[in-house]
Design a protein around this ligand. Structure first.
Ligand code: HEM
Length: 542
């Protein structure tokens, strides 16, 4: 079959009267053998997470079909590389690799940040990685990423690259709908996160934190990562999913969200509908969640009861033509909100703690700030008091600069565009490329952030303001521009509510080594446990 394919390729090339046919056949045959060898190699050695399920179905017939498909893409690419005349566009430099074409994949699998660290010094702010038949062009730094953030959906879209979310969020929402409908759904998000709503959510966040930490003893040792993950699920349930879920259905709904979460694997990005057990459990969980929310929505509608939560906002939302949201859309939007906000916030809370507990200077600063606020307002904590916690805000923001949970943002380009680097080089990025930028890499650019690897929350203080040093897209943990995070204020309020409670009520000490980064997670977080020793205290004000 493979030989047949190589012959067909040769015939096509001869008919076109091209001369390099022989060369193409030799390279194609050689490379197909190489491909087969590499797959055997992958089977035994490489990335178990990404490849285990893929290779499982690659035994027998499916393997042959998969191989043929890859070969087709591969040979098409060879023909393109060797036979199609070069354009005179100022294309970005290409990431070189000793293995043609597959090399890109290997380097990407080794970790996109490793790749960026290696290639940025050599190739600069704009370069292209070839992954099979796809070109991924990286735009690193605010000078070249501005277009990424500002471009209209018709030029740079999210739909194709984030399509893998559709089976999780469900039909009819976000990346399953046209941009015009998605825009309206994002309007519902915006409405549900307005200040008047946030004020109510903060009261619930504070209550959840008080309840949760009241269960700690007078002293002890805990895994801070585990504790904060749990508290944030409870808070998110209360503020987003609503009282019914938080008070009555918490365990059931948590288990279902857990299945949804576990159904989002690296392989799901490539093959979201692959029939593997994790995807089947995800689909069943999505169905059950839809049933649970349908009954909650029906009950709220029949009793006419209204609550201050995101669920209520979505139930009350209407499209421009007057159509109300359906139960399925409400469920999908809530799932999307939880996916956007839960891990991101809990990871950031944990990093904030790890940094504060290993930087006495900043720990003292935030404790002093709490004392000042207690002096001013007593023990009360509300939206406006949280807004006064500037030192704590900077400490969270700095933890998030060093560890943005979303390390790579993607778009699909539908029209050619050009960018100019800060040293004046111009590049044309053709339509059809996937365009990527990386908060994890860009947030540590040394020409924007002084000593970029050090934890220095004061870099955001008045007078320094490094987050604006090179314009609006200098600091991109929350993205920016057209698709900037809608939950940023919610996230800060939630993390501040937790940390102000901890600082006021406990003396804390980090007793495990400073945590490492878990690069393997979909939302990049903290590796292993973060063990903390605590002792209750009442922050005294002299
Ligand atoms: C520390 C916490 C968070 C981080 C680091 C974060 C980060 C981000 C980033 C980087 C984007 C841009 C994605 C892109 O450009 O492709 C984004 C978008 C978004 N985030 Fe967040 N997020 C956080 C919390 C939240 C929360 C709590 C919510 C909601 C409750 C939320 C809702 C959204 C939504 C709806 C979008 C899509 C906006 C759009 O496409 O127009 N996020 N977030």
């Amino acid at each position: 079959m493979t030989l047949e394919f190589a012959k067909r390729c040769a015939t096509t090339a001869q008919q076109s009267g091209w001369r390099n046919t022989h060369r193409v056949i030799v390279i194609a045959s050689f490379t197909l053998c190489l491909l087969h060898f590499l797959f055997c190699l992958f089977h035994h050695i490489f990335h178990p997470l990404l490849f285990s399920s893929l290779l499982f179905i690659m035994d027998g017939k499916v393997f042959n079909t998969g191989l043929l498909l890859l070969a087709t893409i591969f040979v098409a690419k060879l023909i393109h590389t060797f036979l199609i005349p070069k354009s005179n566009k100022r294309l970005p430099p290409i990431v070189k690799s000793p293995l043609p074409l597959l090399g890109g994949l290997l380097r990407f699998l080794n970790g996109p940040i490793v790749l960026l660290r290696e290639e940025y010094p050599k190739l600069g702010a704009v370069f292209t990685l070839t992954l099979f038949h796809k070109n991924i062009t990286f735009l690193i730094g605010p000078e070249v990423s501005a277009h990424f953030f500002k471009a209209s959906e018709s030029d740079l879209s999210q739909q194709e690259v984030y399509q893998f979310n559709v089976p999780t969020f469900g039909p009819g929402v976000v990346f399953d709908v046209d941009y015009s409908v998605r825009q309206e759904q994002f309007r519902f998000f915006t409405e549900s996160l307005r200040v008047n709503k946030l004020k109510g959510y903060v009261d619930q966040m504070v209550t959840e934190a008080e309840d949760y930490f009241s269960k700690w003893g007078s002293s002890g040792e805990v895994d801070l990562k585990y504790e904060l993950e749990h508290l944030i699920i409870l808070t998110a349930s209360r503020c987003l999913l609503g009282r019914e879920v938080r008070d009555k259905l918490f365990d059931d709904v948590s288990a279902l969200f857990h299945d949804l979460d576990n159904g989002m694997l690296p392989i799901s990005v490539l093959l979201p509908y692959l029939p593997i057990p994790a995807h089947r459990r995800r689909d069943q969980a999505r169905k059950k969640l839809a049933e649970i929310f349908a009954s909650i929505i029906a009950s709220r509608r029949s009793t006419g009861k209204s609550e201050n939560d995101m669920l209520q906002c979505f139930i009350d939302s209407k499209y421009k033509d007057g159509r109300p949201t359906t139960d399925s859309e409400v469920t999908g939007l809530l799932i999307a909100a939880l996916f956007a906000g839960q891990h991101t916030s809990s990871i950031t809370s944990t990093w904030t703690g790890a940094y504060l507990l290993s930087h006495q200077k900043y720990l003292s600063a935030v404790v002093e700030e709490q004392k000042t606020l207690i002096e001013k307002h007593g023990n009360r904590v509300d939206h406006d008091i949280l807004a006064e916690m500037d030192a704590l805000y900077r400490c969270i923001k700095e933890a998030l600069r060093l560890h943005p949970p979303l390390i790579m943002l993607l778009r699909s380009s539908h029209s050619d565009f050009s960018v100019t680097t800060r040293d004046g080089k111009e590049y044309d990025i053709p339509k059809g490329h996937i365009v990527a930028t990386s908060p994890a890499f860009a947030n540590r650019l040394p020409y924007i952030f002084k000593n970029p690897d050090s934890y220095d929350p004061d870099r955001f203080a008045v007078g320094r303001e490094e987050d604006k040093a090179a314009g609006a897209f200098s600091y991109i943990s929350f993205g920016g521009g057209r698709h900037g995070c809608l939950g940023e204020p919610f996230a800060y309020l939630q993390i501040k509510a937790i940390w102000s409670h901890l600082l006021r009520n406990f003396e804390l000490e980090l007793i495990s080594p400073f945590p490492e980064i878990d690069w393997n997670a979909m939302v990049v977080g903290v590796k292993g446990k973060v063990m903390v020793r605590y002792k209750r205290r009442d922050l005294s004000v002299n």
